[in-house]
Every structure is written in structure tokens, then in C-alpha cells.
Design a protein around this ligand. Structure first.
Ligand code: FES
Length: 117
């Protein structure tokens, strides 16, 4: 079977013993939604790319389209933080989930919006 060029493999590294789950995420699909469809319920509140509750962090190289997010800054990208509720894959990815505290700290250090801090 040929690989689907419109979807990417995304490995989610979950906090429980670094449990890994691999899912397929469509180019126009939000990573959070694809995880939910696969039975993985990740943290989320706003689903708009604003509150940081769904934050993850890239574990290795990769590219995520965050154009659907209300607030996403170049510093977030430089540090590998991603918002899963509004992030769409543009490459295969490996993402450490449950990074909301880390991303809020990062935003505070960069003097950017950090809701619920
Ligand atoms: S759920 Fe609020 S930023 Fe993703």
C-alpha cells in the first residue's frame, strides 16, 4: 500500500512512563482531533490556540502549521512548542504531550501571553 501524501505519522509521547502512541494525521486535520479519534484524550480548554492547555513540544525535527491558532509566536516555534488543538502536521512528527506548564513558563520568560499562569 502506498503512503498517503496527505497525511503524516505523528508519534505522541504521553507522560505515563513515556508511553508512545502513533497516529495518522491528515494535512488539514488538527492533531488534537486526530488523537481524540484514535481514543487518546489530551488536555484542552479553548480549542482555539489561545489558552495553552493542549501544549506539546516537538521531540526532534518537524514542521507544524499553526495558522489556525489565535496566539502563536515565533519564539514558540523556535523552542519547539506546539498547540495541538490547532496544529496541522506538515511533516512526520514526534511530540511530547502535556507541556502546558512548560509552555506557560516559556511564554512568561519571553513576555508573551500566558493565560492561566
Ligand atoms: S486548547 Fe487552548 S490552546 Fe489548545
Amino acid at each position: 500500500m502506498k503512503p498517503d501524501p496527505t497525511a503524516f505519522q505523528v508519534v505522541l509521547v504521553l507522560p505515563d512512563n513515556d508511553d508512545e502512541r502513533s497516529i495518522l494525521v491528515g494535512r488539514e486535520e488538527h492533531i488534537w482531533d486526530a488523537a481524540f479519534k484514535a481514543g487518546i484524550v489530551l488536555p484542552a480548554l479553548c480549542h482555539q490556540g489561545r489558552c495553552l492547555t493542549c501544549a506539546g513540544r516537538l521531540d526532534g525535527p518537524g514542521n507544524v502549521d499553526q495558522s489556525d491558532s489565535v496566539d502563536y509566536y515565533p519564539q514558540d516555534r523556535e523552542s519547539g512548542f506546539v498547540l495541538l488543538c490547532t496544529g496541522k502536521p506538515r511533516s512526520a512528527l514526534r511530540i511530547r504531550t502535556h507541556q502546558q506548564n512548560e509552555m506557560r513558563q516559556h511564554r512568561i520568560q519571553n513576555r508573551r501571553a500566558a493565560p492561566y499562569s
